[in-house]
Design a protein around this ligand. Structure first.
Ligand code: FES
Length: 171
């Protein structure tokens, strides 16, 4: 049953994957480019799609998995619609980035080891310097930078994204 519902759920995905494969002329040497485009479309690389790509390109699934896991840019786990990157560079660390990460995780109700909310609205990551050291502690949500963070500001920002008022003004 699960296989059937998965197939239904991925039905449209395969159409899009087929279009990407066609664009790359089913050429296995374009595998990295193919995976990049598939990930852009789905925000991660679903296992079923990796197997599908392997079959379509006539290479082994192990080879496709090998490439997908070799590059840090690829994710085999689902990612949220909004990617929060809490800076843990030196300046932010000194100014309390650990507390910022704690506020973010608490606000989102993430349990230990979890990076993505079950509703797939947010994924939380830590990164080294995002170039806003004067505003430490700082974080990015998608392409927007927010600085001088404290618990209240983190809450305010995340509320905005929850309500779909994202990308407001940054900083
Ligand atoms: S260390 Fe966080 S922005 Fe530079």
């Amino acid at each position: 049953m699960e296989g059937v519902s998965q197939e239904v759920a991925l039905g449209r995905s395969f159409e899009k994957v087929n279009a990407i494969l066609k664009k790359h002329a089913y050429n296995p040497s374009n595998l990295v480019g193919i995976l990049q485009e598939v990930q852009e479309e789905y925000r991660y690389l679903p296992e079923e799609i990796l197997t599908y790509i392997a079959t379509a390109l006539g290479v082994s699934p192990a080879y496709v998995y090998g490439v997908a896991t070799f590059y840090a840019q690829f994710s085999l786990k689902p990612k949220g619609k909004n990617i929060i990157r809490v800076c843990d560079g030196t300046a932010c660390h000194v100014k309390g980035s650990s507390a910022v990460l704690k506020y973010v995780r608490e606000y989102l109700g993430l349990r230990e080891g979890e990076e993505t909310t079950p509703d797939l609205l947010f994924t939380v990551e830590t990164v080294a310097c995002i170039g806003a050291c004067a505003l430490a502690p700082a974080m990015m949500v998608n392409d927007d930078v927010y600085g001088l963070l404290d618990e209240e500001k983190v809450k305010e920002i995340l509320e905005r994204y929850e309500e779909g008022r994202e990308g407001a003004d940054g900083v």
